[in-house]
Write a protein of this length. Sequence first.
Length: 84
Amino acid sequence: MLLTVPVALASLAGATALPRIRGAEGLRVDKLGALLVTVGAGALILPLALGREAGWPWWTWAGFAVAVAALGHFVRSLPHQPDP
């Protein structure tokens, strides 16, 4: 905790110094993809962080199952790039 606050403040201060650029026209944030990655990562990290101390209760295994499903769906939803 004591280290994360100064690092976060330094990161925010540094981000304000970065030049502003415009993204490519027609590109948008993939909201479904962002949601799937967020849910999948959270469902993976939370049981890993708390499961051992809690004795690996049922919700840790449910979290792993949700993570596999969400991240698997994310990978399947990526656009296919043909080989050159």
